[in-house]
Design a binder for this molecule. Sequence first.
Ligand code: GTP
Length: 597
Amino acid sequence: MDPKYIRNFSIIAHIDHGKSTLADRMLELTGTVQKREMKEQLLDDMELERERGITIKAHAVTVVHRKDGQDYVFNLIDTPGHVDFNYEVEKSMQACEGAILLVDASQGVEAQTVANAYLAIEANLEILTVLNKVDLGHARPEEIAEEIENSLAIEATDAARISAKTGLGVPEVLDRIVDAFPAPKGDPNAQLRALIFDAVYDEYRGVIVYLRVFDGTLRKKDRVLMIGTDKKFEAVDIGVFSPKMISRDQLSVGEVGYFVSNIKTLGDVRIGDTLTLERGPTPEMLPGYKEPRHMVFADFYPTNPKDYVTMRDALDTLSLSDSSFSYEAVTSEALGFGYRCGFLGLLHMEIIQQRLEREHDLDMIQTAPSVTYKITFPDGSEKMISSPGALPSPDKFDQVLEPIVRVAMIVPSDYIGVTMTISNDHRGVFVRQEHLSPTRVQLIYDIPLAEIMYDFYDKLKSATRGFGTLNYELTGFEPADLVKLSILVNGDEVDALCAIVHKSFADPRGRAILKKLRAEIPRHMFEVRLQAAIGSRIIARESIAALRKDVTAKCYGGDISRKRKLLEKQKAGKRRMRQVGNVEIPQKAFLSVLGSE
Ligand code: GTP
């Protein structure tokens, strides 16, 4: 294939602005998929993606568009729009020369529109702006074009106005792509250099590697080398996505497709690596990308301790198809054996949790999500920790530094005040404010990641009646007045309930946790003392009065079968209890404190 007739591009947009729908229309209008085969959002093939209507993994597809009697091959890479998956967007962009910036003409520029557009600009991509959903009565394409120009300094007056839903204007976009995006450049006679920009695990075929050829040619049966990992494979099958996998004998300069070998796990493939031929000189690596960074950690414990091995198997299986989360074994005195998992963000965490429960039928307790803290010691050394239990006692270290994110929020001008209040309440530091249009404004704050983890987004949404959107990126670590909040039951610390909190929030947080525990822990034969403490200082206390309780007392010694039933019921109840010292804490109590109930 002459690279002159190839165009490689991504579609980038804020969530729900219509990327997948536009990709579907392109597949249909180019005849790649017949209309009757067309399912909505064809590229979102994971069950969970369909259900949530979001794209989790990036997908590539090859279509052929005819313009002025000439066939052009378009390699279209669909990308996810949610902040947690930003790194997927970056990866996809490396394989492209252009990006379609899709903006919903009724919603306008949103937080991820800005974030993704900047990513595309940084990746030196040509940008083609497209206004979508003009079929909606309240679409305001003129206004939105102006907003794009104001916020991104990208020319948008001539932007194509389309409806991805009805197909209106989409043929024109296909024509524009030919002129707007440059053809890929590369040397077909040079040694092979192909960029691995994604990989997925398939039950039947093993790992499917997505690649983009920059120089040279990859042929079926070639022996290849992945430069970064120094791993060697045979190209058992290569081909393109159309959208199903279609075998080809070779892939050359500018082409995007797949590579299948006997690769058993995603761990064997590094995204961003360069693929070359085993024979001949090893060329210079293509610029790679950043490793995905784990922002959020949480522990998963099986509700039934017997499920520990099942849980490990489930995590092993999940990691075959998602290499972006980590897990390691942990033990908690209160909750037993479990796993600490690292995620890209909260949505990612929720997805993994649901997949464990759904695909592996596991019942589990999940601890409150936590961020990673940096601890500095008097001798100048540093350590990263991701659980309160790992925090050394205060006399042993110098400082605790917490991750700070730069948060960009786009809200209607009427809501500037409430947005600022919410940000300030979450220890935010104002950075700047930009007017995108007379009615919309972008507010930039630096906020500790731990503060936006729980309910920040929900609060922003409800305070702005659903109009506020946000994006964040990690900017660094800053020292903060953080303490370990311990929860004690009759003097014993319950590790699973401890947390690292800001000193000023420790008191109310401690009181709230004790209230919940008090409501859930049944009376014992003795008094149960509940305490919240920072170090040796008690900051809150509650107590549960003693009760002498004989469950069979009500039975007047009469009906023995009823008596037995009651005793059995009590025994079953006990199984769902966790023993802390001599106190039994029901699982429900943990759930209520950890917020899953
Ligand atoms: P993510 O994959 O979650 O990032 O979203 P997306 O950008 O791929 O959006 P998607 O294609 O899933 O579209 C979101 C919603 O907007 C769906 O309900 C679509 O049917 C609807 N939609 C997309 N394009 C149009 C359009 O041109 N007009 C109208 N009225 N609705 C549209």
